[in-house]
Design a protein around this ligand. Structure first.
Ligand code: SF4
Ligand code: SF4
Length: 394
């Protein structure tokens, strides 16, 4: 739980959310055009990582895919927890329903309070879009049947201090991803179990056991907007520096609405992620219609090759590190965020301002991790320790 959450809990007990989501502009539909009848249900077996594993991108990436998370001992430990959590995403629903308020608004508030109690950083609720359900189970290959009407998004921050010390292309990137995957997965598994004990069906979905595609859910739940990075949703409070797990359920819940904080215009002008992406996977061009979404196209093969095959680190995440929305939640950055949300002309200066203020350069004094690589079971200090700084002895 971040300092923002602690502060708001302590000094504003009536406040539900740790960030002031009430100041955001709510809209009826996501700011990305979505033609629901044209969005196909995806097969997770066709994701970039799974294609890399089965050799679609060559033998080197196929081999690396099996070690790329575990090649650093911390991300290895974190992903190990994901395997444990994947065993407990579902279970038996209590035979009797608990005596609860017959009020979806009250229940939505209670579920959010519970998720925040379990240490979520942001929570949003929406109806489950049918097209967000994967067509086939990744492990078994069986068709996925999921008829839960509601979905709860659980967001966990990857940690600003760590993000400020990395450029992404180094040995902590996968750990940043998986601390948020594992923690949000932990919360989702407990929340789903709690809902089942109340007498309603619920299933947790997290990085080792998703039955749903998460980005469209985040859009409808008002967590953020679709960005130039591609299928990555950016939050006005966390930027792209988060991961999400979700819980699908038949517990009746009031839903949130999508948000508009000007990101479509911002990403049109900014392009910082495209400038710094080491693989050239992010487009400098215009949005296109793709699978029912009007979005910036990203090159999945290039991104996967960079993350899986990275010889200078474990993963990547440069785009997360350099995005101007990746900031600490201080009074100064709250003011800048307000300006960027409300004064479109100011967005022209955001990328330049970040360069001028030195935000793109990592703060090496914040670096706390060791750069280590597991090579055939032996931990070594890597030859290449990312773009910036390392713990390699002179
Ligand atoms: Fe580019 Fe790295 Fe982001 Fe992939 S993770 S889009 S390679 S910056
Ligand atoms: Fe959008 Fe700029 Fe962030 Fe890329 S770096 S996602 S263009 S705001």
């Amino acid at each position: 739980m971040g300092i923002v959450t602690t502060y708001r809990r302590a000094f504003n007990a009536k406040k539900l959310d740790p960030y002031p989501i009430e100041i955001l502009k709510r809209v009826d539909r996501p700011t990305t055009v979505v033609k629901e009848d044209e969005v196909p249900r995806l097969d997770e077996r066709e994701s970039g990582f799974n294609r890399a594993a089965r050799g679609d991108f060559g033998t080197y990436l196929s081999k690396e895919r099996h070690r790329f998370v575990a090649k650093h001992p911390l991300s290895g430990a974190l992903v190990n927890m994901q395997f444990t959590l994947s065993e407990i995403v579902d279970g038996v629903t209590a035979a009797n329903k608990a005596l609860l308020p017959d009020d979806p608004g009250a229940m939505a508030r209670h579920i959010k309070e519970t998720a925040y109690f379990l240490r979520a950083d942001l929570v949003g609720i929406c109806e489950l879009p049918p097209y967000a359900v994967y067509s086939h189970d990744m492990e078994t290959g069986e068709p996925v049947e999921l008829d839960h009407p509601y979905v709860i998004s659980i967001i966990v921050d990857q940690d600003y201090k760590t993000a400020s010390a990395t450029v992404g292309n180094d040995w902590i990137s996968n750990s940043m991803s998986f601390v948020a995957y594992s923690t949000s997965g932990f919360i989702a598994c407990i929340l789903a179990d709690y809902i089942r004990r109340l007498g309603y069906c619920a299933r947790a979905h997290h990085a080792r056991n998703y039955q749903v595609v998460v980005p469209p859910i985040l859009l409808w739940a008002g967590i953020g907007e679709m960005s130039r990075i591609g299928d990555i949703v950016v939050s006005p409070f966390l930027g792209p520096r988060f991961k999400a797990s979700v819980v699908t359920t038949d517990l009746p819940l009031a839903v949130d609405k999508p948000i508009d904080f000007g990101l479509q215009d911002f990403c049109t002008k900014c392009m910082q992620c495209a400038r710094y992406c080491p693989s050239g996977a992010i487009s400098f061009g215009e949005k296109v219609m793709l699978n029912g979404y009007e979005k910036w196209p990203n090159d999945v093969e290039k991104c996967t090759a960079q993350r899986v095959g990275n010889k200078e680190g474990a993963g990547c995440g440069v785009c997360v590190a350099v995005c101007p929305w990746n900031k600490p939640y201080t009074p100064f950055h709250r003011f800048v965020g307000w300006t960027m949300r409300n004064i479109p002309v100011a967005r022209r200066f955001a990328a330049w301002g970040d360069e001028f203020m030195g935000y793109v350069k990592p703060k090496l004094e914040h670096k706390w991790w060791f750069d280590l690589e597991d090579v055939d079971g032996v931990l070594t200090v890597p030859e290449h320790a990312g773009c910036r700084g390392n713990n390699k002895p002179e």
